[in-house]
Design a protein around this ligand. Sequence first.
Ligand SMILES: [Mn+2]
Length: 363
Amino acid sequence: MRPNNVRICERTAEVADALILLSPVNRRYVTSFLSSAGAVVVHNGKITYFTDFRYYESACIKQKQGIVDADIEIRLQDGKFMENLKEMLSDCKKILFEDGFVSFGTYNWYKNSFDFAELVPGGSGLMAGIRGIKTEEELQNIIKAQEITDKTFSFAVNYISDNIHRKDFTERELQLEMDYFMLKCGADGLAFDTIAISGKKSSLPHGAPENIPVSRGFLTMDFGAKFSGYCSDMTRTVCIGKPDEEMLKVYNTVLEAQKAAFEVIKAGIPGKEADKAARDVIENAGYAGTFGHSLGHSLGLEIHESPNFAMGVEAQIPENAVISVEPGIYLEGKYGVRIEDIVCLKENGFVDLTHSPKELIII
Ligand SMILES: [Mn+2]
């Protein structure tokens, strides 16, 4: 069994007799198989994957190919699914469920079906904890996703240079060209909707590109490819035309903030420490209150996972967590700058998975 699946079995046994996973992301995490429906059941150190007729054969083929963990039992989810599930879990006293995912309706369905057992919340947290530490296989997928993303940044800079003279060159066009480039480079999807916003709009941390011309001043691009389901994430701010002194100060402050975070980042630090290192630089430069989000989030099958680099996070960040480091300064009505890399935490520091340049690119 894959090491992360072994951990899921072990952690489940510590708090309950079984764990039921229904969320698409956790089903995929355990099975490495993408399906729109199904259930993963962890019970007595074994993992069973129930999937319906639409996916059953395909899942079995993927298992023969070594993609689905060989030790997972794949069962057809048919009309007898509830009966099968009840029978399987009939010896359970405690059943752990995904409290962060199940709806009120599903919870009631559990309650009526498993009236012989206690339903224990905490399944979502258990999975988040395990997913927060990336396996080598997961890390390789994120690295490939980020390679595509880095390549896309070079492409974007050239594309902007070649097209900025056109009056009809829009944010939306830039976004679409970047998306197309990522997919052409082998991405199996986009980690999230690409942000490409220019001029005054760059003060909106998550502003959306529109059918308006790319304007002079700062242009922020925040984007990421997916590879084998795994996300990457990066942000670079470039400048269209010559920046004035204040723009340079803002840009360099954000860059210094990221460097300050890099000074302290290593496995075992509390999440708040990296955030504080970056935040102090921004505040000391006179921009208190302009960095309104956290320094970083983990990413994997989902673009936002835990643990986080954020204020108030006392928990120690484990080795092999992959987290973004993305300080920003946003001056309302004026402009904004964000610089984002993703890093993999190691005992003595980290590995920066983002390789694009960070000195201000002026186009
Ligand atoms: Mn991010």
